[in-house]
Ligand binder design. Structure first.
Ligand SMILES: [Zn+2]
Length: 384
C-alpha cells in the first residue's frame, strides 16, 4: 500500500463511510446510523430532532433560524445483500481494494451521507457564521415502502410552517464518472391494477362464455399504440409498460372468467396523474368491457427551475472535474418527489450508480473525497 492510499483511507469521509457500512441498516432498520450522525451534527451546533414513524427512524437537524435554508437529504437504509454467495467479501465488513471500498450501501447512499457530514464539518470550521440555515433530512425508509420517511417529515415541516429553499439529495446520480450527471427532476410514476371480469366456459362453446382476454386485447393494443407525448426539453417521452398479465386456469379446454394485469406509466411534466387516469378510463369506457381499475401514485413528476441551486451544483462539479455535468431527469423515483412539492428546489448529486443494489456494491475512494469537496463548495456558493 502506498503512502497516498493510506492517507486516503484515513480521510474523515472514508472513516465515516466505513463506520456507516458496518451498521447493517437493512430497510427500514437504521441500525444506529442516525445516532452517530446526530452526535457529529450536535457538536457542530445543529438542533437534532428524531422523528420516528412506525418502524422508521428519521432525523431532522437544523442549524440557524433564518432563510434561506439549504438542506442535505438522504437515507441510511440499504437494500438486503441478496445472493450472499455472490459477494466476494462480507457486505457489512467494508474492504478496500485498489482504491475502491466494497460494502452494501457504499454507493447507495452511505458515501453521500459521509461526504455531507464531513463537508459540513470542514465548512463550519472555516465559516462558523453563515447566512441562512443549514439542515439535514435523513430517513431509514427510502428503499422500502417510503411511506413513513421523507414524506412524513416533509408533512411535519410543512404543517409547522418550516420551509426548505434548496435541497441537495446525495443519491448516486453519476453514471460513468463522478459528477457526469446531476438530476434536476424526476419522472412521475403511476401504477394501475386491472381486473377484467368475464364468464368462464368450455373452449368449444364460446357463445356460452365471455372471455376477458378477448375483451382486453384490443384495449391493450390501443394503450401500446398511443403516443402519450413526445417528451419535452427536460423529459423523455412518457412510457406505458405492462408488468404483469394473468388469465386462464391452466387447462386447455377452459376459457377464463377473469383477467388481471398491472401496468405502470413513467410520465413527463406534460401530464399529471389525474389527466392520465382520465385518459385511460376514457379508452376503457369506449370498449364493451367489464373492468375495475385501482391506481397507485408513487409520485408526480417534478422539475427544478434554473437558478442559484442548479448553478451552484454545476459550478462545484465543474471546478472539480473540469466538465459541466449533464442535467438529467432520468432514472427511477427518488425522495425528491416528496420534497419538491413544498416548493423546494431539488438537485441530486452523488457517486457512480453502476453497482447499486447489486452484489459487491462499491465506490471509489477518490470519488468520496471529491464529492466531499463538491458538497463543501455548494455550501460556499449558496450561503456565503
Ligand atoms: Zn438511494
Amino acid at each position: 500500500m502506498t503512502a497516498t492510499a493510506k492517507n486516503e483511507i484515513g480521510h474523515p469521509s472514508i472513516r465515516l463511510l466505513d463506520a456507516l457500512i458496518r451498521r447493517p441498516s437493512v430497510t427500514p432498520d437504521d441500525a444506529g446510523c442516525q445516532d452517530m450522525i446526530a452526535a457529529r451534527l450536535s457538536a457542530l451546533g445543529f438542533h437534532c430532532e428524531s422523528m420516528p414513524f412506525g418502524e422508521v427512524t428519521n432525523l431532522w437537524a437544523r442549524r440557524g433560524d433564518s432563510s434561506p435554508v439549504l438542506c442535505f437529504a438522504g437515507h441510511t437504509d440499504v437494500v438486503p445483500p441478496g445472493d450472499e454467495a455472490g459477494w466476494q467479501t462480507d457486505p457489512f465488513e467494508p474492504v478496500v481494494r485498489d482504491g475502491i471500498i466494497y460494502g452494501r450501501g457504499s454507493a447507495d447512499m452511505k458515501s453521500g451521507l459521509a461526504a455531507m457530514i464531513v463537508a459540513l464539518e470542514e465548512f463550519l470550521d472555516e465559516h462558523p457564521e453563515t447566512a441562512g440555515s443549514i439542515a439535514l433530512l435523513i430517513t431509514s425508509d427510502e428503499e422500502g415502502r417510503a411511506r413513513d420517511g421523507t414524506l412524513k417529515v416533509m408533512e411535519t415541516l410543512t404543517a409547522r410552517g418550516e420551509r426548505v429553499d434548496w435541497c441537495v439529495l446525495g443519491e448516486p446520480s453519476s453514471e460513468v464518472a463522478l459528477g457526469d450527471i446531476i438530476r434536476i427532476g424526476r419522472r412521475g410514476s403511476l401504477s394501475g391494477m386491472l381486473t377484467v371480469s368475464g364468464v368462464q366456459g368450455h373452449v368449444a362453446y364460446p357463445q356460452l362464455a365471455d372471455n376477458p382476454i378477448r375483451r382486453f386485447a384490443p384495449v391493450l393494443s390501443e394503450l401500446h399504440a398511443i403516443e402519450w407525448d413526445r417528451g419535452n426539453d427536460s423529459f423523455p417521452p412518457t412510457s406505458f409498460q405492462v408488468v404483469d398479465l394473468q388469465a386462464g386456469i391452466g387447462f386447455p379446454n377452459v376459457t377464463p372468467g377473469e383477467l388481471t394485469a398491472r401496468f405502470n406509466f413513467r410520465y413527463s411534466t406534460e401530464w399529471d396523474h389525474e389527466r392520465l387516469k382520465n385518459r385511460v378510463h376514457e379508452l376503457f369506457d369506449a370498449h364493451d368491457i367489464d373492468y375495475e381499475l385501482k391506481w397507485h401514485l408513487s409520485g408526480e413528476p417534478f422539475l427544478t427551475s434554473p437558478g442559484r441551486l442548479i448553478d451552484a451544483v454545476s459550478q462545484a462539479v465543474e471546478e472539480k472535474t473540469g466538465k459541466a455535468p449533464r442535467q438529467s431527469t432520468g432514472g427511477g423515483t427518488s425522495d425528491g418527489r416528496f420534497i419538491a412539492p413544498a416548493g423546494t428546489a431539488v438537485v441530486e448529486l452523488g457517486p457512480v450508480n453502476a453497482s447499486i443494489h447489486k452484489v459487491n456494491e462499491h465506490v471509489r475512494i477518490d470519488d468520496v473525497i471529491a464529492l466531499t469537496s463538491m458538497y463543501r463548495r455548494i455550501l460556499e456558493l449558496t450561503l456565503l
